[in-house]
Ligand binder design. Structure first.
Ligand SMILES: Cc1ncc(COP(=O)(O)O)c(C=O)c1O
Length: 365
């Protein structure tokens, strides 16, 4: 594995985090039954998702899977999602046996799902719309929720990358029936691997709790009414998450600061950044630059790599994924391809300094 001088991301792990994990370790409550799981869930709901309830799980993908299961989405159903997303979004849909239906991005200035293209994809089989706040930029939730209401569809927000992002002043992850977050190590706060399913609906919350852990219940432990799963987070991981939530504001502000540094340093260079509408505040999970063409992106990425600076391509759109492309033959999503060809993600993390950002920006001319 290449050792980078500036990695694309690095978790912020401190002595304080370690001491919280140690407290959990010393208590012997290390499994999902640990009081740290409840502490983490409650603090996450209060501080990050802005929902009444949240359930800690072992990944963002499990969060999406459980959200779909809880809404009884399965074979014969269709779910509408953007083609420009990480593979987990579509995999969760196919895991439950439903059919993914794709929508292109809005424009060359907005990579999120285009609400104006959703209605033409709705059929009698459509059960849900699954918007993704890509790279921490909020989707047009008002439009998406309006369409969902008109057609009586559920909305599940894939907020895996969007912790702390604000849509018209409202918290992303609190704007739908269920939202799903990832706590993988490159996210703003992390539990190593992990995820969170969040909702304001008590019945959905109770069902997700049951489904996430074998439908165990208090009274008759080994009598099960549902086919449950084992997708829970351990106490040790929850202790780390609980400690990380406490510094969420600082970690989030740093991402915004880093983006601002890139914005200033990339002014007058031949790349563009996506600037959100004035009403929204992305979390700038990863700063993304759009180069003038594919070749330019490849040349810059190579130069950065040679200087041991890590970058990442944009997601390969779902309709081009080797594993899914047969399902979407003949369908065209040109804006997602525009972003895939020209988009490059740059490093961002709590430790990144202004001089490192300046160093990175020198490669763009
Ligand atoms: C948009 C999106 N959805 C879902 C996931 C899946 O999360 P996890 O890796 O925690 O399973 C990710 C992962 O980063 C993601 O970027």
């Amino acid at each position: 594995m290449t050792k980078f001088n500036i990695p694309i991301s690095k978790p912020n792990l401190t002595k304080k985090d370690f001491l919280e994990i140690k407290k959990c370790f010393d208590s012997s409550w290390i499994s999902s039954k640990s009081p740290w799981v409840e502490k983490f869930e409650k603090s996450f709901a209060k501080k990050i998702s802005g929902t009444k309830y949240s359930v800690a799980v072992n990944s963002g993908t499990s969060a999406l899977f459980l959200a779909l299961k809880a809404l009884e989405i399965g074979p014969g159903d269709e779910v509408i999602l953007p083609t420009l997303t990480m593979i987990a979004t579509v995999n969760a849909i196919t895991w439950v046996g439903a059919k993914p239906i794709l929508v292109d991005s809005v424009s060359k200035n907005d990579w999120n799902m285009n609400p104006n293209k959703i209605e033409e994809k709705i059929t009698s089989k459509t059960k849900a719309i699954l918007p993704v706040h890509i790279y921490g930029y909020p989707c047009n939730m008002n439009e998406i929720n309006k369409i969902a209401k008109k057609h009586k569809l559920y909305v599940i927000e894939d907020a895996a990358e969007a912790m702390g992002a604000l849509y018209k002043g409202k918290i992303t992850g609190s704007l739908s029936d269920i939202s799903c977050f990832s706590l993988y190590s490159n996210k703003i706060i992390t539990t190593g691997n992990g995820g969170m399913v969040c909702t304001n609906n008590q019945n959905i919350y109770k069902l997700i709790k049951k489904l996430s852990f074998f439908d165990f219940n208090e009274k008759t432990h080994f009598k099960h009414n549902l086919i449950g799963y084992n997708l829970v987070l351990s106490g040790l991981q929850a202790a780390l998450g609980y400690s990380q939530v406490k510094k969420f504001d600082r970690l989030l502000n740093k991402r915004r600061q880093v983006f601002e540094w890139y914005r200033k340093n990339l002014k007058n260079k031949h790349v563009s950044l996506i600037i959100p509408s004035k009403e929204d505040s992305p979390n700038y999970w990863f700063p993304a630059v759009i180069t003038k063409d594919k070749k330019t992106k490849e040349i810059i990425a190579k130069k950065l790599f040679n200087d041991k600076i890590e970058t990442r391509d944009f997601f390969l759109p779902i309709h081009l994924q080797p594993v899914y492309k047969r399902d979407f033959q003949g369908e065209k999503y040109p804006i997602s391809e525009y972003f895939f060809e020209r988009g490059l993600l740059l490093p961002s993390c709590f430790d990144l300094s202004l001089s490192q950002v300046t160093q990175i920006c020198k490669f763009f001319n």
